[in-house]
Design a protein. Structure first.
Length: 442
């Protein structure tokens, strides 16, 4: 009879232990892969307030304007929004006359921006501001800038004067004056730039950029221009249209959703990062009749986008001041030297992904979101001519949707890039790429 080596039981024990561990490993659930970090930060929502000159068409009642600034401050604080104010010079004279420095200081204490808004008025003496035509000579324009900036600085100090919102100062003088006063931020588009953006793009730029000094090329970027960044925002939120397009609540909601669709595309395709900005605006003299629309816009943004995340966990939007957006932009520039943020000039193609989207939604206003289940997003727009148009996308691969409750019969389905097909409303295919859907018989 052979003697079993003493090591044999140890071998069996090791083998048994190894097989047991392998079995346990085999039945362990596989950990879900960690989603990659987003390539795009949230859309920065800028809330601009312009304080207008005291002219008959703007109103002469300082007290009424002051009340709107109290209301706007309290509204912003209630929403955790952030205001970016730009004031003309004479308003600051009234602030001093009435001892309202504490109102201005409350804005600064809240972390809001306060800067200079420049219309074509220069100061002869206190409360005597002289209006000039838009084509005033250069020496007059310099006087206009100097008088308004000095009046603002007298109340808040030059160190708190974040930048300038010029009404109509054209290149290259604009760039020269930004250098002379060492401003690093321009908010808003001058009116010619806004008209150019709306007529050619269907919306304002969605990214800050360094504007060129070339005459008439208001949306062209100049990477060598290192003095200041332009942070676009839309004009007054109000029912009445302006030279640069509709300004209603539904139009602003549409503009935001258009940018949101582009932002989602950049996230989904994991494209290189950009800084995204969406700006709304009001004016001290126009705010009162538009309070309901301004409140509704903030309510809508808060309910659906600000601080909210996509199903993939990406934060969609946040409120920011102009100085905060600028700081983000400067960091982005340092990390992406020589990279374009935004640039467009006549003759160039549409600078974003969905070139057909502004055409499809040209006369549309946002109506409401549709509930088609957690895996789908859908929004309805009304149009002045024809029936409604919808935008849909999937959060989770391909979905087949019965859309006949919205539009019966045949649908015309657009991809936003110039292509369209027809589909049966009872079996509409929706993927992660957005589609724009209308009745085929429109």
């Amino acid at each position: 009879m052979k003697t079993i080596p003493w090591s044999f039981p140890l071998v069996l024990l090791v083998l048994f232990f190894s097989l047991g561990c392998a079995a346990l490993t085999a039945i362990q659930p596989t950990a879900s892969p960690t989603p990659p970090p987003p390539t795009q930060g949230p859309i920065n929502i800028l809330f601009a307030v312009h304080i207008e000159p005291f002219l008959p068409n703007f109103g002469l009642d300082y007290g009424a304007r002051r009340e709107e600034l109290y209301w706007l401050r309290d509204l912003a604080l209630a929403h955790n929004a952030k205001l970016t104010v730009a004031s003309n010079g004479e308003f600051m004279e009234y602030v001093e006359d009435f001892g309202d420095q504490a109102l201005v200081q409350s804005y600064l204490n809240a972390g809001f921006d306060w800067g200079t808004h420049i219309h074509a008025l220069w100061r002869r003496e206190r409360h005597q501001w002289v209006k000039e035509p838009p084509d005033a000579p250069e020496e007059t324009v310099r006087r206009i800038w100097q008088d308004n900036i000095q009046a603002v600085n007298a109340i808040i100090g030059a160190e708190n004067n974040y930048g300038v919102a010029p009404y109509q100062t054209h290149q290259p003088l604009m760039v020269a004056l930004m250098h002379e006063y060492d401003f690093h931020i321009e908010t808003a588009l001058t009116e010619p730039a806004g008209v150019m953006a709306y007529e050619n793009l269907g919306h304002y730029p969605w990214n800050p950029f360094r504007p060129s000094a070339e005459v008439g090329r208001y949306l062209k970027e100049d990477l060598s221009q290192r003095q200041y960044v332009l942070i676009p925002h839309y004009p007054q939120l109000e029912p009445n249209p302006g030279p640069s397009g509709p300004r209603s609540l539904g139009a602003h909601q549409k503009y935001f959703l258009m940018e949101y669709l582009e932002w989602l595309h950049w996230q989904r395709e994991r494209l290189p990062s950009k800084i995204w900005v969406f700006g709304i605006a009001t004016h001290d003299c126009y705010n009162n009749p538009n309070r309901q629309y301004i409140s509704a816009m903030l309510d809508w943004l808060d309910a659906n986008f600000v601080g909210k995340t996509t199903p993939q966990g990406d934060v969609i939007a946040r409120y920011a001041t102009a100085t905060e957006v600028a700081e983000l932009f400067y960091r982005w520039e340092a990390e992406h030297p020589g990279t374009s943020s935004f640039s467009w000039e006549r003759g160039q193609p549409y600078p974003y992904t969905y070139a057909d989207m502004p055409i499809l939604l040209r006369d549309a206003e946002y109506d409401r979101a549709l509930d088609l289940g957690a895996a789908l997003a859908a929004h309805r727009f009304t149009r002045q001519s024809g029936g409604p148009i919808y935008v849909l996308w999937s959060w989770d691969g391909e979905q087949v949707v019965d859309f006949s409750a919205q539009i019966a019969g045949q649908l015309r389905v657009h991809d936003g890039k110039g292509n369209h097909t027809t589909a049966d409303a009872r079996a509409l295919i929706v993927t992660e790429e957005p589609i724009f859907v209308e009745a085929a018989t429109r």
